[in-house]
Ligand binder design. Sequence first.
Ligand SMILES: *Cc1c(COP(=O)(O)O)cnc(C)c1O
Length: 235
Amino acid sequence: MNKTTHLADSLEQVRDRIFRVCESADRDPGEITIMAVTKTVGPDDIQEAVERGLRVFGENRVQEALEKIPRCPGNIEWHFIGHLQSNKVRAAVARFEMIHSIDSWKLLEAVNAAAQEHGRSMPVCLQVNVAGESSKHGYAPDDLSATLDRIGELGYVDVVGLMTIPPFTPDPSDARPHFKRLCALRESARHDYGLSLDVISMGMSHDFEIAIEEGSTCIRLGATLFGERKRVHRG
Ligand SMILES: *Cc1c(COP(=O)(O)O)cnc(C)c1O
């Protein structure tokens, strides 16, 4: 089986699974964005994914993305999903349409400054470490409000949603309480701050169906589309 067939097959299966879970969860599949996560994936496979209708692509390393993006089709929305170091903020703001992985006020200020320089407003999600894992980045749930209290000070970032990466366990349904927690945090933030926080970025290859059942609007899929990678840092 060649690569073309593999991506075509896996994408068809993913779309079918999204459709079925939406049907049983009474959700509109049109509300779910499939983000193709392309770390370690080359431009040829990305080109094919675009030909097969994908538009939103995710990268978790700025350097890898800077090298890759110029060799990829232009009609792609690139989203940053990795831990962002402050010395990479300007490059990220220039290259990405959205940053899903904001995890500190300092980073927000840096993104705000870079976006102002760039003459645009930057859509971001706040990453929440819902399970409090020491190995993962993200806000502790209790720390979100301290950031949202002051978000009006930053005129060039637009907090459009929340993102999480739950602990990996063999049984994907173990992620359910963490997904529920993220949506509950969104509800309180809506109530307390009047933000709409439309983006709920949660669900990866092994747990995206549970994430959709719990309200995800953006599932981030790598392995199930492009094949297994070497195990990498998931934070
Ligand atoms: C790699 C990665 C994904 C995709 O993971 P898969 O298990 O390959 O689907 C999603 N989100 C983030 C933040 C990642 O780093």
